[in-house]
Write a protein that binds this ligand. Sequence first.
Ligand code: ZN
Length: 304
Amino acid sequence: MKRGLVLGLLVAVGASSLTARAFYSPQAPQQQGPKVVEVDKVKDNLFVLKGGGGNTAVFVTTTGVVVVDAKNPGWGQPILDKVKELTNKPITTLINTHTHGDHVSGNVEFPATVEVVTQENTKANMEKMDIFKQNDNRGMPKKTFKDKMTIGKGADQIDLYYFGPGHTNGDAWVVFPALRTAHVGDLFASKGLPLVDGANGGSVLHYPETVNKGYSGIKNVDTVINGHSNTTTTWADVKQFADFNQDFLTFAQNALKAGKTPEQAASEWKVPEKYTGYSSQVAQLFGGLPGRIQRLQEEMGQKK
Ligand SMILES: [Zn+2]
């Protein structure tokens, strides 16, 4: 997507909501001015770095540092600088939750010694991105997984899971079992209707099922780091988010079956009242709300 178009979309969204300004544009225009990274301490050895794109997790293990997600272009070095303030251990591993530019672009600024790990579909998606072509594939994944992979053990263990398509077709759940915490990326970016990137295999139809599979398939997590939320959420919030997506899916399927166009359906959708704290803002990327319903229509057609 061209920068001007993205800017226009962001302005359109931003006019009604400041929080929507940061609405996880996969190819956000570069911010001007100093790149300020804010640190939230989640546990003694787990931090969230905020600013410049998606939320970055920093997990300090006995032998080194594991980073999850690397933000927009130009934000890799600010992450490296901030990690140095938190620990003198070296960064050994960088995990990307999914392919979007506000989560992977900083990869190219990490030392080449850092091992990059993603779900296998995310690696395939990243291979199409200009930023990696322009940087001789620096920061591309060397290690991938399909459904599950464990890195490290004991207090340092990380479990990576993939439960099916949602935001993209490569959304990793990154679990720190000793800390009962998971980084779920943009599959659950924040409390609101998620973006679905059809071009990268995202699915409106399977979204609730995918979130539910993660919710029931992963045990012993209390704290959730979201792709773009300002604060952490809870495991119970994951269940509520799955329900929210199921309610949206049911609404959209019924509207389409009643012969409504995606535009008509979109104009009738409201956040159900029981979802308190959910944003009524819908990010305009990927065609906004009509675009999501259109995507569902295509997916329903495919199924027949
Ligand atoms: Zn994303």
